[in-house]
Design a protein around this ligand. Structure first.
Ligand code: PLV
Length: 322
């Protein structure tokens, strides 16, 4: 069996984004992972530790965690059951089935699907694969920062990292990676959309908050409660985590601009991070003194695009009327 399932992804300099931000912008192209997102790093790592003698795996997902779990399970030769909420687009169900997974649609949002996945793990004796809340996931995701350090070469360090937050697994993984390479002083800009803002709500309240509902179209950011570790990191004095929100319209606009400029189609969950550049938020954070001026290279985690195609993009455009 392979050592790991993920690829060493390209680190691309974006001329268009660099012009906008006024510093070099590097894109970590996690969308080019075999399962379509960064999730394969952590889930691959976790499955290697937990799945060897398993009857099968079960994972609840907005899309990308499920794609990663289905891909890894197929490579390991074990069956995968992926539970998705009814809000996941049909193309996600199709892509999961194409990976050989059994797909079950339960509930309206990810939290409902997760309750069903936990029940199935219990009753069917399946190995539960959490999509964002587990130390092995964070350790696996951390490998992306080691790759960035190797790509940038000695003596070059990002001025800030820009990423999206759903349940907080990517955030915890990036922090793990920053710790591993000794970059914990690098500020992180953590983006969510309004209506999928469980991290921002927790940071503002000073405690974990469960949202009433997920009203954003960025369904892959749609966990109602962020994981405890992500919240703890937000309270930690040694780290700088700036939590910011964009609207769905801004995230969609960013997806479209990225497609035009970088020739890559990503999904809304990723658009949330990209929007920080295209909407001028990074510049504003500099003006407000939240980020330094001049800013060192901006590292953007291009987290994925497993839940989008042209039809879905057109539907979103109609729905959000941009
Ligand atoms: N998506 C999870 C959780 O959904 C999933 O099941 O696929 N960018 C993309 C493209 C994602 O798919 C996700 C997570 C994130 C960012 C956020 O990552 P997280 O959940 O680790 O913060 C409900």
């Amino acid at each position: 069996m392979a050592n790991h399932f993920h690829l060493n992804t390209p680190l691309l300099e974006s001329v268009g984004m660099s012009k906008l931000v006024g510093t070099a912008v590097y894109l970590k192209m996690e969308n080019s992972q075999p399962s379509g997102s960064f999730k394969i790093r952590g889930i691959g790592h976790l499955c290697q530790h937990m799945v060897r003698q398993s009857k099968g795996v079960v994972c609840a997902s907005g899309g990308n965690a499920g794609m990663a779990a289905a891909y890894v399970a197929r490579k390991m030769g074990v069956p995968a059951t992926i539970v998705v909420p009814s809000s996941s687009p049909q193309l996600v169900v199709q892509r999961l089935q194409d990976q050989g997974a059994t797909v079950k649609i339960t509930g309206k949002v990810w939290d409902d699907a997760n309750a069903e996945a936990l029940r199935l793990a219990e009753t069917e004796g399946l190995t539960f694969v959490p999509p964002f809340d587990h130390p092995l996931l964070w350790q696996g995701h951390g490998s992306m920062i080691a790759e960035v350090a190797a790509s940038l070469g000695p003596g070059v360090k990002p001025g800030a990292v820009l990423l999206s937050v759903g349940g907080g697994g990517l955030l915890c993984g990036v922090i793990q990676g920053l710790k591993d390479v000794g970059w914990t002083d690098v500020p992180i800009v953590a983006m969510e959309t309004v209506g999928a803002h469980c991290f921002n709500a927790a940071v503002k309240a000073g405690r974990l908050v469960t949202l009433d509902d997920i009203t954003s179209e960025a369904k892959c950011l749609g966990a109602k409660t962020v994981c405890k570790k992500a919240f703890e990191y937000s309270q930690c004095d040694e780290l700088t985590i700036i939590s910011e929100l964009v609207t769905d319209q801004q995230a969609l606009h960013a997806v479209e601009t990225f497609l035009d400029e970088e020739r890559v189609l990503v999904e809304m969950a990723c658009g949330a991070a990209l929007a920080a550049v295209y909407s001028g938020l990074i510049r504003r954070l500099q003006d407000e003194g939240m980020l330094p001026t001049p800013l060192g290279p901006l590292l953007v985690i291009v987290c994925g695009g497993g839940s989008v195609d042209m039809e879905q993009l057109t539907n979103l455009k109609h729905k959000l009327q941009t």
